[in-house]
Ligand binder design. Structure first.
Ligand SMILES: Nc1nc2c(ncn2[C@@H]2O[C@H](COP(=O)(O)OP(=O)(O)OP(=O)(O)O)[C@@H](O)[C@H]2O)c(=O)[nH]1
Ligand SMILES: [Mg+2]
Length: 445
């Protein structure tokens, strides 16, 4: 992995502001690289003992005082990156932070690129690729469930599951190669039965892993839910109810909403983006027509469509509702019509009283693909899903070959499956892939 990277000691020293821009009680500058001890001595007068926080004065090249705060030194290899690392905890104002960073650069550090700290951690073997990605995913997590599963990947649970599959695959490869090398009748039949059984188990385990990863993918991307229906059926009222605050304008006038309004929420731990749209009906009003076009565009992008009806009177379907995503029919205003019974599959609610909303929330996450299986999920990336799916198709091909007697080619399919699994953790990874992954990090990570 990364064999053409420079050896650790020749790598230059990088520096970045590790805390978000703006003002805060504390701001942290992070440095990593072989020159950290020298730079630290110049900045602080003396390098602190490793892992002992020391109150220090931070000085520039002319000895001028820039700030004072805690300095924390980590000696190689016991640091985040595996290189010597220094953290300066100063006062979190933009001017202080920038002057501190400038001093670090004056003393010979260079500005870190996005994700460069984590990239070094990967290259030093501190984290594998899936764990490194989990660092960014944890920072970006949009719900508690998403954060929990990112943390699971960061602590290596996902990598472990992938690796243990890869190990089982290696065993199977050894077995099949042996079958090819010793085509002696009896041994052969025994080996083949064993190999077939193992292949079956492997495929089952991969299915489970894929399921857990797909569920995790949902936590990373969230479910995109669009509310559509005729004017005045209570779309904006429903958005406000689910959001728990008055976000959209609600009036008894038909055609209140024109723009699509989006509201991020969390339902049962799953991130959901809810979109309120303009009512769909026959109208010649040019503004309403634009609003309805926007509504249709939103419907085209939805994972789940809530088609809202007014159950307080005559039920009318919305005009020209595009065919599209999975939909749930929702009957609103049942506080005005308590006898109302929704058609099968429909859900009766009142956006006013809140009745039926729990059932609706359940239906939203289930229709969006979330299954509470009790099994912990992994916050997988698209890249991981593609790799696992590729491993699966090679194992499928292997299974077909084993039942048709094509054992010579089976070994090759197993090798390809293993290669796909290896790409998840970075055991096999091209440099351009690394570049693509780490470039999406923010600076200082
Ligand atoms: N009684 C009752 N009134 C409701 C309920 N939901 C909405 N309303 C009322 O219905 C009217 C229209 O509500 P909105 O939420 O603005 O409806 P909308 O579908 O967004 O309407 P447009 O934006 O015009 O398409 C308002 O007067 C709401 O107070 C409900 O569950 N029960
Ligand atoms: Mg509205």
């Amino acid at each position: 992995m990364g064999s053409d990277e420079a050896p650790p000691l020749a790598r230059d020293t990088i520096a970045a502001i590790a805390t978000p821009p703006g003002r805060g009680g504390i701001g942290v500058i992070r440095l990593s690289g072989s020159r950290v001890p020298q730079i630290g001595a110049l900045l602080l007068g003396q390098l602190p003992e490793p892992r002992v926080a020391r109150l220090s004065v931070f000085r520039d090249r002319d000895g001028g005082k820039l700030d004072e705060g805690l300095a924390l030194y980590f000696a190689a290899p016991n640091s985040y990156t595996g290189e010597p690392v220094l953290e300066l905890h100063g006062h979190g104002g933009p001017v202080v932070m920038h002057s501190l960073l400038e001093a670090c650069l004056d003393f010979g550090a260079r500005l870190a690129e996005p994700g460069e700290f984590t990239r070094r951690a990967f290259l030093e073997g501190k984290l594998d690729l899936a764990q490194a990605e989990a660092v960014a995913d944890l920072i970006d997590a949009a719900s508690r469930e998403a954060a929990r599963s990112a943390l699971r990947s960061l602590s290596g649970e996902f990598s472990h599951a992938v690796r243990s599959l890869a190990t089982a695959l290696t065993d199977l490869r050894v077995l099949t190669e042996a079958t090819l090398d010793f085509p002696e009748e009896e041994l052969d039949a025994l080996h083949r039965d064993d190999a077939t059984a193992r292949l079956r188990t492997l495929r089952e385990r991969l299915e489970t892993l894929l399921f857990r990863s797909r569920q995790g993918r949902l936590l990373a991307t969230g479910i995109h839910v669009v509310i559509a229906g005729r004017p005045n059926v209570g779309k904006s009222s429903l958005l406000n109810q689910l959001a728990g605050e008055e976000r959209a304008i609600v009036t008894p006038v038909a055609g209140t909403t024109r723009d699509a309004l989006r509201e991020p929420l969390e339902i049962q731990g799953v991130p959901v983006v809810l979109v309120d749209t303009a009512g769909l009906h026959a109208s010649q009003d040019p503004i309403e027509k634009i609003g309805m076009q926007r509504a249709r565009d939103e419907i085209g992008k939805a994972d789940v469509l809530l088609v809202l009806f007014d159950a307080s009177g005559h039920i009318e379907a919305p005009q020209d509702l595009p065919a599209g995503p999975a939909r749930i029919e929702v009957y609103n205003k049942i506080d005005l019509n308590p006898q109302f019974v929704p058609p099968t599959g429909g859900i009766a609610i009142s956006a006013k009283s809140g009745e039926g909303l729990e059932q609706l929330k359940d239906a939203i996450v289930r229709t969006g693909g979330w299954e509470q299986s009790g099994e912990s999920v992994f916050l997988a990336r698209e890249r991981h899903l593609r790799a696992l799916e590729s491993a699966r198709s090679h194992l499928e091909a292997a299974a077909r070959l084993s039942s048709s007697g094509g054992w010579e080619f089976l070994a090759e399919e197993l090798r390809l499956a293993q290669h796909a699994l290896g790409s998840v953790t970075g055991e096999v990874s091209a440099d351009d892939l690394l570049g693509e992954i780490f470039a999406r990090f923010c600076i200082g990570k």
